[in-house]
Every structure is written in C-alpha cells, then in structure tokens.
Design a protein around this ligand. Sequence first.
Ligand code: SF4
Ligand code: SF4
Ligand code: SF4
Length: 351
Amino acid sequence: MARRYPVIRTRRYWQGAFFFWTLFIGTLFTLWVLAHMRGATPPVNRPPGVEGFLPISALMSLRLWLSGGGVHPVHPAGLAILLGAILMSAVVARSFCSHVCPVGAVSEWLGRLGRRLMGRTWELPRFLDVILRSVKWLLLAFFVWATWVSMSLTQVRHFLDSPYNRVADVKMLLFFAQPSRVTIAVLGVLVVGSVLVRDFWCRYFCPYGALVGVFGLLAPFKITRNPQTCTSCQLCTKVCPARLPVHRLERVRSLECTGCQDCVAVCPVSHCLRLTAYSRFPLRPAHGVLLAVAVYFVVTVGFRVAGHWRGIVPEEEYARRIPEIHSPLYTHVGGMAPVESEPVPPLKGAH
Ligand code: SF4
Ligand code: SF4
Ligand code: SF4
C-alpha cells in the first residue's frame, strides 16, 4: 500500500528512521552499561535519548516543571521526549503513535507480518474489545494517581533525586536484557497477539498511547470528511488501524485516531478526506506528517539548546553504582533513600 500512496510512504520513512535511531542509541547504551558492569571505561558516551523509556520519571519531572520547580537535572531528556510526544499529538491528533514511537512501529510491522503470513489479522469480539480497551485507561489512571495525586511535590522531588531514579535507565535495560520467566511470557503473548490482532499492545494496553490520545482530542488538525462528495465506498473504514467508522464521521474526534492518514491515502475521491485545522484549513497529507515531526523536533532540540538534555549524574557516579545495581538500594523502595553522595544542584528556574 505504501508504494502507491506517498503520504503512507513518508510517514513510514519517519517511523523507520525513529526506530533505527532508537536501535542505535539502545546499542550504544548497552555497550556503555556492559563496560561499567565490568569496571572498564566505556568506549562510548551514554546517549540521553534512552530516557524516552522512563515515562514515569518523566511524568514526575513534568509535574515538578509545571509547578515551577524547573527542569529536574536527572534525566531531563526524558521530560523533553514526553513533552515532544504530547505537543506533537496536541497539534496533529495523537501523531506521536503513528510517526515517532518505535514500539508502535514494531506493533505495525508485526500486524503486517500477520497479514502477509495468514492473509489477515483478527478482531476480538466486541465485548472483549471493550473490556480490554479499558486496561490502558486503568493503567494511565493508576500512573497519574501515583505520580500526581498520591505524592506530594516534596516526595516527587525526593524520588527524582533518589539513587533508584539516577540509575532507572540501567534498571530498565536489565529488565529486558535479563528477563524473568514472567517477562518472557508477557512479551511472548504481546508479540503473538500483535501478529494475530492488529495493534494488540497499542489498542489495549499502552498507557502512554492513552495519555497522548487525551492531548490528541485538543488537536486542531484532525481528519475531516466531506459528506457531499463521499461515495460511501468505506475504503477509509477498512484501512483504519483504529477501527473507526470513518465513512460515517464528519470529523474524527476519537481518542483512538493516531493521525496516520491511511484513510486519506486510500480515499478515491479527491479532497473528500483531509487533515484540516478546525474543519476549515486543510493541509496536504505529506505536510501533515512534516508538521507533526517538526513539532517533536522543535521541542527536543529546544531542550538541547537550553542545556536540558544531558543529565547531571557524573560518569564516576555511574561507575560506582552500576556494578552494584542489584543492591536493594536500587529497588523502588530502597531507591527512595536520599542520595548519599553528590547532592543534586539547586534547580534552575522554569523555562
Ligand atoms: S500506543 Fe503506545 S506503544 Fe503504541 S504507538 Fe502509541 S505510545 Fe507507542
Ligand atoms: S474512502 Fe472516501 S469516498 Fe469512500 S467512504 Fe471514505 S471518505 Fe467516502
Ligand atoms: S481515522 Fe484515519 S487518521 Fe485516524 S487512525 Fe483511522 S486511518 Fe488513521
């Protein structure tokens, strides 16, 4: 399909580029951690982009930042990536999922593998679909409650300063590099599920997608259908990965719409389906992709320029902590102990 439709091709190029970039920085990070575990000098620097995989720490940083506490200097790139994801999704509806997220790319590829192997993917029965779709909302509600409601700002700051948070990226890597049987079983179910059911993880379980979906509701740029020219061929509905009844909607205002524009690409009627701002100002499909990605870059590059990309944890501290990473000090509970060595410098003002 991508070969025939330039907008799908453009979006997939970006998606592929972000995926391979993530793979690249993941490889650098693994080499860096392995060297520290052996007590050797790492051959590479730690890439701050790995902090994109610390959404809970980023949520707490966001709370601190919004409350005027400045950008917390441990894992600032995590906050930059979270803000980039939120803001691009708040401009072009939930576009982080369809343009940038590497996990979403893998999920899409697994679905395509399923269709290639079996000629189709399956949909779950409606009752199961509705029940499972609530899981990601419950998870999001839990994380928001845990980080924004149940903790005071002092506790948030305490967590962000804690030994656990300072090495949370290393813990995250080891979680996947040294998986327990339960982790392997869950990952296996998600991979097989994604081959059999399109967007299995994204549709049912991902709280990050639910979060950016909420901001997607605010987006001025959404899919709009012109009922005067629509022939009701339903091609748009058939390709929609979010399973939305696009052929019946005048404006797609769904939390599930990822702004992928697959529906726009397949519509045989010129300008019947378009990405428009407030139903009035249309964007050419490829420009919609570029706008979404540009917002992401403006935010993340802005953080770099403002000096909020590399965290303040020094290499010597990592060299000391990583060899003892399995100590109880680096569990969630133990990790709430105050930093016993280098204190976090005074926080800068909000930007
Ligand atoms: S739902 Fe989650 S995993 Fe899927 S694309 Fe969106 S953020 Fe990524
Ligand atoms: S693909 Fe276009 S013409 Fe066909 S139903 Fe959808 S909006 Fe209407
Ligand atoms: S409505 Fe269109 S843009 Fe939204 S998810 Fe479905 S195919 Fe993608």
